[in-house]
Design a protein around this ligand. Structure first.
Ligand code: PLP
Length: 413
């Protein structure tokens, strides 16, 4: 009944990997200090590039998609205007990044860290399914260009955090042709559809043409936190050019045996935890088919949960479900809906019935059901909703909603 977050209990192989990483306690920064980990990370990046359909590219493990988004933005920014690395943004053409209105908050933080400023992170209006409206994006691009700015970075979110919307990569590729930006795909949550040919076709068409792509193994795929990869397409020197700086000659070796390059040389970190071991073990244990099946099963359960909501007189969807997020609420007359659903969620948590997350969509509070536990079955979905309906009905009986007076309902359940 823990349906609150994008992660749940970790996979056993990755737990073993975590334990070994803790006991051996080395840093995946140089080949000489972590040879096996370096080989594993390189092998896994090669596998992921192939699965994404990226050719001649490169990749790195990062500490999560938030950082991967920032690193992608930084790489794109520095490659778009190389003197920035030396001179900073002072006196340069104004740079803009564009994202969907529901993009993850790590984009705002990246814009802040990288000195763009929040005003230069443009949030594009969404359609009813939570995807960027391409015409709105084009309009924003046109406005930036005509004002003398440069749109250097556009993000397609593959599975938005609250409602699970997918931006159309193919539509954005058409605009890239015209405006020349770097197209990054933030697949932290829904990017794992890449493992299933059927779901890739449905959600990630055009991915192989994007400039970069990140997704988490530590969310839907169940690897122990943290486990993420950032991939770059067609360029094998983007990180070296965009990220490296300073004198690392005390650490990095050009003369490593087998020509193995030190992973730390193109990372923003110096010490790097050995996250590749758990990643590698999960990959060997589950394989691509195992992971694809896991993602497909998650989607089937979400479809089922949507049917349960639709069949109930007491529940309603807040927005249409497009993928792995079911955003619903207990039906009560407005304007009590938000406070009632918040109170219901708190009661469920406090009394140990279930633990669900909430988010706001256009001001409406939605319970966000995430079914990441691979052991979950339809009967668990039934049990979850039964518990929620019972508690919601009980709350209504104990404390009926006060009558609405003058449009204001002073409910404090
Ligand atoms: C769409 C999206 N991007 C990025 C992130 C951040 O991922 P991480 O927790 O790996 O930093 C999240 C987390 O929920 C997300 O949903």
């Amino acid at each position: 009944m823990f349906v609150n977050r994008m992660w749940v209990g970790a996979n056993l192989p990755s737990i073993v990997g975590e334990m070994i990483a803790a006991v051996t306690n080395t840093s995946a920064c140089t080949y000489e200090s972590a040879p096996v980990s370096t080989l594993m990370e390189r092998y896994m990046i090669g596998q992921m590039l192939e699965i994404a359909g990226f050719t001649g590219g490169e990749g790195q493990m990062t500490t999560g998609s938030s950082n991967a988004n920032m690193i992608a933005m930084m790489t794109a920014r520095n490659l778009a205007d190389m003197p920035i690395k030396q001179r900073g943004l002072f006196g340069r053409q104004k740079l803009f990044a564009l994202v969907g209105a529901d993009a993850h908050y790590s984009m705002d933080r990246a814009a802040n860290i990288l000195g763009l400023g929040a005003d230069q992170l443009v949030k594009v209006e969404l359609d009813p399914y939570g995807a960027m409206i391409p015409a709105e994006l084009e309009w924003a691009l046109e406005r930036i260009v005509s004002a003398g700015g440069r749109p250097f970075f556009v993000v397609a979110t593959a599975g938005t955090t609250v409602r699970g919307g997918f931006d159309s990569i193919t539509d954005l590729l058409v605009l890239r042709q015209k405006y020349g930006f770097w197209l990054h795909v933030d697949g932290a949550w829904g990017g794992v559809a890449v493992f299933s040919p059927r779901l890739r076709d449905k959600y990630l068409q055009g991915l192989e043409e994007a400039d970069s792509f990140t997704f988490d193994f530590h969310k839907m795929l169940g690897s122990a936190l943290m486990c993420n990869v950032l991939l770059v397409n067609r360029r094998s020197d983007a990180f070296a050019r965009g990220l490296s700086a300073g004198d690392g000659s005390y650490l990095f070796r050009n003369e490593n045996v087998d020509g193995m390059e030190d992973l730390g040389a193109v990372s923003l970190q110096c010490g790097r935890r050995v996250d590749s071991l758990k990643w590698f073990l999960d990959w060997k244990f589950f394989g691509r088919e195992g992971l694809a099946r896991r993602v497909e099963k998650n989607l089937e359960l979400c479809e089922y949960a949507e049917e349960v909501v639709a069949a109930s007189d007491l529940l309603e969807l807040v927005v249409p479900r497009t993928s792995f997020n079911v955003c619903f609420r207990f039906k009560v007359p407005e304007p009590a809906s938000n406070s009632f659903n918040l109170a219901l969620r708190e009661a469920l948590h406090r009394e140990g019935v279930s633990f669900i997350g909430v988010g706001y969509i256009d001001g409406k509070l939605a319970m966000r059901l995430l079914l990441t536990n691979p052991a979950a079955e339809k009967r668990d979905v039934d049990a979850f909703f039964a518990g929620l309906i019972a508690k919601g009905s009980q709350l209504l009986q104990e404390k009926p909603l006060p009558a609405v007076v003058g449009g204001f309902c002073p409910v404090s359940l």
